[in-house]
Design a protein around this ligand. Sequence first.
Ligand code: IPM
Ligand code: MG
Length: 350
Amino acid sequence: MKQTLLLLPGDGIGPEVTAEARRVAETIAPDLKIEEGLVGGAALDAHGVPLTDETLGRALASDAVLMGAVGGPKWAGVARDKRPEMGLLTLRKQMDVFANLRPAFCFPALVDASSLKHEVVDGLNLMIVRELTSGVYFGQPRGIDETSGVRRGYDTAVYTHPEIERVARVAFDIARGRTGNVCSVEKSNVMDSGLFWRQEVTLAHAEFGAGVELSHMLADSCAMELVRAPKQFDVILADNLFGDILSDEAAMLTGSIGMLPSASLGAPGTPGLYEPVHGSAPDIAGQGIANPCAAILSLEMALRWSLGREKLADMLFAAVGKALDRGARTKDLGGELSTRDMADAILAAL
Ligand code: IPM
Ligand code: MG
């Protein structure tokens, strides 16, 4: 049976960059069945909800889902449960893709695009493993209300034993294929859920962490260390919220958030969800100048992690590096190429 890749272009620059990823997929894996659906503001405009049951059903039935981006000022005033971001969060939750892999690597040709010194980022290659389907993003109760005449807003940061254990195991497995170091990040000095996180990761390490060296760091220190000496890290394991923040920071170490892909994985045999780390970038949407590399590299991760095509993935990764070596640059990288021309440069390098 043909493998199915579901594209969910979404909003802002999402459609522009996923169109290029689609072209690359059609070129290098012509046997893939590619489908498209709506998510985020695009789905809200068409169907009144940011994710329809039908689209969710197709995502669950596919082999991999490649998302563009969601959100934008157009939907700023929409109720929280209808916001474009809810489409993405529901997709993550319903697909149960609990382990979000966010690599931050510096292509040699782009070392000088970073705002940090050459020697600090040259050769940088780290992986953030972010828990994606629990924590403060989903914890109950949450709300904005009034008690005793005082308005308040609140969220709940909660993790269970199985939720931490399963994502920690993914981090250990990934570290074994790298240099074998995992740094787990939390705020155990102020949060009970953070202390629990540290205890559970330590237990999981004793049981499943053979060959892996585990260290712990407070999230604020990690934020500092990431800009001071990022190459000390190999795999960083973090909860949903700290992983969100630290992955944006790590992305900028590499020069442009327009370069970085992500993979969100669930249990083996279930479809993965792949998305660029950049958002919908409404300020440049529709101009054809967005960097398609993160979307194309998200396709690369889908080929590797969900579609069992490591060789193709290696080729595609190398082609992106080669296109950059040859000087191909979109605006965010200080160049002039359009979204389409950048993708053409990658296709030519293939
Ligand atoms: C991300 C984004 C999302 C998140 C938003 C769009 C809901 O920032 O994927 O990092 O907070 O998880
Ligand atoms: Mg984020």
